[in-house]
Design a protein around this ligand. Structure first.
Ligand SMILES: Cc1cc2nc3c(=O)[nH]c(=O)nc-3n(C[C@H](O)[C@H](O)[C@H](O)COP(=O)(O)OP(=O)(O)OC[C@H]3O[C@@H](n4cnc5c(N)ncnc54)[C@H](O)[C@@H]3O)c2cc1C
Length: 336
């Protein structure tokens, strides 16, 4: 491990917030984690930070930020149909995508170009274009912080749902994920249930190959989302709200073009981006913060925005959406 004092976190969060952590521990392998827990994390406030692409630091962190910096992808088993991969928490997610494309492993190509590290992927059950990480995740290994003991959770025990898991609930702030296992198909298999992706593949007349599906996803995302290296942002700032079918019918009579997807138990999932856009917020700025011109769901740092500016903008959006639709948007991003 390496320990740094008064670490500037600007390069460790995609929103580009200039905040400082009193101490910063770079965890260089999983074996040292029990010692790190015992000697440091049990004594101080702490935060486990991956790539910082789903984290909004709202002020300096008066404690320890612990960052998994160990990567690696290992094939554990290969059968006629599937391959089982064990991937270290510090591996960048998109490296795993590239690896799977090179080796022709099917299942996570729709999740191309999601920023962040593999260890964070199960936390909010990352998802895009009709696929979620839960669809191919086999199990998760880690350590409990309260006890220092190792744990293993099989997929069914991770309590995955939309942008949610046990790691955001019972194990919130009480675990360090060290390895994530994936079961991927070695037989050709695509998920094109998301119409936007199917249409984009057809329009571009691309052959149905793993590499092209991944490239197509990357192109759609590039056109819609700002590159955090250029414009600071944390991806979708709010969750898509889920409402009852009665509430949906009521809103639909007022807004006939309202987008909705089927959600569990007969409910409807609305597009938070569309609600924000209808509230007049697409591409709008409030000081140095605002929403992205091509996707209102993404709040951006237009340059030197303070955490307060971002939060004030978010609060104003929540208020404006609420007064129009009577729906309270919930933040997807972790506020620290
Ligand atoms: C431009 C952009 C586009 C995005 N698109 C999508 C998208 O399409 N779909 C989607 O689902 N998300 C998307 N996101 C959100 C984000 O990329 C994902 O949530 C990603 O998994 C976060 O990874 P991270 O390593 O950056 O997490 P961080 O922000 O570092 O951490 C996120 C959470 O995980 C916890 N955590 C991190 N590592 C560990 C660990 N090893 N053990 C235990 N807990 C840990 C943290 O404490 C925190 O609670 C996007 C973000 C951006 C900036």
């Amino acid at each position: 491990m390496q320990l740094f004092e008064n670490q500037n976190l600007k390069a460790y969060n995609t929103f580009g917030m200039e905040v400082f952590a009193r101490q910063f521990i770079q965890m260089e392998n999983a074996d040292e984690i029990p010692t790190i827990i015992n000697d440091y994390l049990k004594r101080e406030p702490y935060y486990i930070l991956g790539g910082g692409s789903n984290t909004l630091f709202t002020k300096d962190f008066d404690g320890i930020v612990a960052h998994p910096a160990f990567g690696g992808i290992e094939v554990k088993e290969r059968t006629y149909d599937n391959v089982l991969l064990r991937v270290a928490a510090g591996e960048p997610w998109d490296n795993l995508i590239q690896y799977c494309i090179r080796h022709e492993y099917f299942g996570i190509e729709n999740l191309t170009a999601i920023p962040g590290l593999v260890g964070s992927a199960p936390v909010q059950n990352i998802g895009a274009y009709g696929v979620e990480v839960k669809d191919t995740l086999y199990k998760v290994e880690g350590f409990r912080i309260s006890t220092g003991e190792p744990f293993e959770l099989m997929n069914a025990d991770c309590q995955f749902s939309y942008r949610n898991s046990i790691f955001k609930q019972a194990l919130k702030n009480d675990c360090i994920i060290t390895y994530v296992w994936f079961q991927l198909s070695i037989k050709e298999h695509f998920t094109l249930s998301y119409q936007g992706l199917a249409n984009a593949m057809a329009e571009r007349e691309l052959p149905m190959k793993l590499r092209y599906v991944s490239e197509c996803v990357r192109k759609i995302r590039d056109a819609k989302l700002p590159d955090p290296k250029i414009v600071g942002n944390g991806g979708s700032f709010f969750k898509n709200p889920v409402i009852s079918s009665e509430e949906y019918e009521d809103l639909k009579s007022q807004y006939p073009d309202l987008i909705a997807y089927d959600a569990p138990d007969g409910q409807k999932k609305l597009s938070a981006g569309q609600l924000i856009e209808k509230a007049g917020w697409k591409g709008k700025r409030m000081g140095n913060a605002g929403t992205w011109k091509n996707q209102a769901l993404v709040l951006v740092n237009y340059g030197n925005a303070t955490p307060k500016e971002v939060l004030d903008t978010a609060e104003t959006i929540v208020k404006d959406v609420n007064s129009l639709f009577n729906i309270t948007l919930e933040m997807e991003i972790n506020r620290i």
